[in-house]
Structures are given as C-alpha cells and as structure tokens.
Write a protein that binds this ligand. Sequence first.
Ligand code: MG
Length: 294
Amino acid sequence: MQSSLLGMAGMAVAPMGFAACSPKKEELVVPEVKISFQEGIPPGKDLNEKLDFMESLGVVGFEPGGRGLAGRVTEIQDALKNRNITVSAICAGFDGFILAEDPAVKEKFDTTMREIVAAAGELGSTGVIMVPAFNGQKPCLPHTMETRDYLCEQLHELGEYALKCGTTVILEPLNRRECFYLRLVADAAAIARDAQSEGVKCMGDFWHMQEETSDYGAFMSAGTKYLQHVHIASRGRRLMPGEDAEKDDYRDGFRALKQMGYDKFITLECGTKGERKDTVTAAVELIRAQWQEA
Ligand code: MG
C-alpha cells in the first residue's frame, strides 16, 4: 500500500516536474522595447528640456543628427550625465555621397563621414546612418554590378574605421521615390554581408518599409547579425505613430523583432499635426502597447 502510494505520487509528480521544467528551457527572452527620439521629436526649448521630457516618458535613447556632431560631443555628454538615456544612432549629416562620380564629392563624403563616425564612437553610439545615394544626388555612379562591388569595398574600409572608433555604419533603405538604389531591408543586409566588415550594418524604417511585402520578413531577413537600428513614423503621412489611426499597425514587424531578440533602439523620425506633447506621449504609449501585443 505504502509503496503503491509512493508510486502513484511519483507518477503524479513526474509529469508535473517535466511540465514545470521544459517550457523554461524554451522560454523566449523577450527584450523590452527601447524607444529613442531624434532631437526634433520632444517639446522643449533646449536639449536639457527635451531630455527631461524624454525621461518623463521613459524614453532611453537619443538620436542626434550628424551635422556638426564633432563640435557637440561635450555638450551631449554633459546633457546625458546622470540620465537613463544614451545615444542611439546618429542620423547622417555628412556632405557628398559614397557613390559620387565626382572624386571631389566622394572626398567630401569620406572626410565628413569619418569625422561623424569618430564623434559617434566618443558618444558610444550604435552607429551612423547613411544612404548610398539619394535619387537627386548626381552625377552618380551607374547602377551596375561594378558599382555594387565598389560600394562593398568602400563600405568595408568605412566599416573597419568605424569599428576602430567603437561604432558602426548603418545602411538605411528608403523608398523608391527617394532612393531607388536601396529600398529593401534584405538588400541592405546583403550589402552589409558582402562588405565583409562587422562595422557595416543595416536598419529598417517603418515609413520607408511600405516598399516591403512583409514587415516581419524584412526584419527577419536582416536578423540580429545585421539589424542595428529601427525608425518609426505613422504609416500614412509620416507623423507620430497613431496619427494615422488604424494604418499604424507595427505588430507584424514587432513580432519579428521580439522573436529575434532585438535589443537595440526604435527611434521616432516623424512630424506631427497635433499638440506635440500629446501626440508624442500617445505615440510612446501606442508603441509599448503594440510591442506587448505582438
Ligand atoms: Mg529613417
């Protein structure tokens, strides 16, 4: 009797034991969403007021523009002291462009981009965002296989330089109206891969991702190996997330980011038609809610 009771107890306990243990092993570690703002997003008359507002919303990243960044390193470091906010990415700000046909324009890019990358490294940034060539930037190298090879070689050098500075360069695909050369997250990731430098990464911008057939597929195609940053805006008019109502559904993309264990920043890059403090606050709430739901 005693032994059979023990046996039953054992049988009863064993499956529960498995049940209690096995899901833990497979449990997905879902990162918290890390929201970041560009400098123009929060209300405030100066950087400190803007950062105060960001802190009040629990925003943890700050994405300054790259123009003049070398001259702002101390200002930004001082402003971020004793705050729970770090520099996320740096948004462009260089002169010239990497696919310029004119050597003087290419040289301008090389010089100014490296200045920004060095400053980004000092600020502990995740990387400097760049576009290979906007449609309006001419004369541009022709869209050929040779140009792609050249782009990868040039990015390799830039990526290695960025690594030495403690940061990266981040390719941003846009939409075809702005940059037909690079429109898809997967293509940016493939170029990053072919540049053969750990310092070359890519990002996705929910606004430009209207080019994609799937937000989920786009982020998954880059994976955490290449995906270094994300931009977000409303999906109808590029305003604060939520200002375009039901169009502003980010859950498919967020689901990919959560499954990937994406732990980098999502930066608001957009305008607003409403009262800024209200639309920005609502946007942060919407992003957090959809991240939970995804
Ligand atoms: Mg963007």
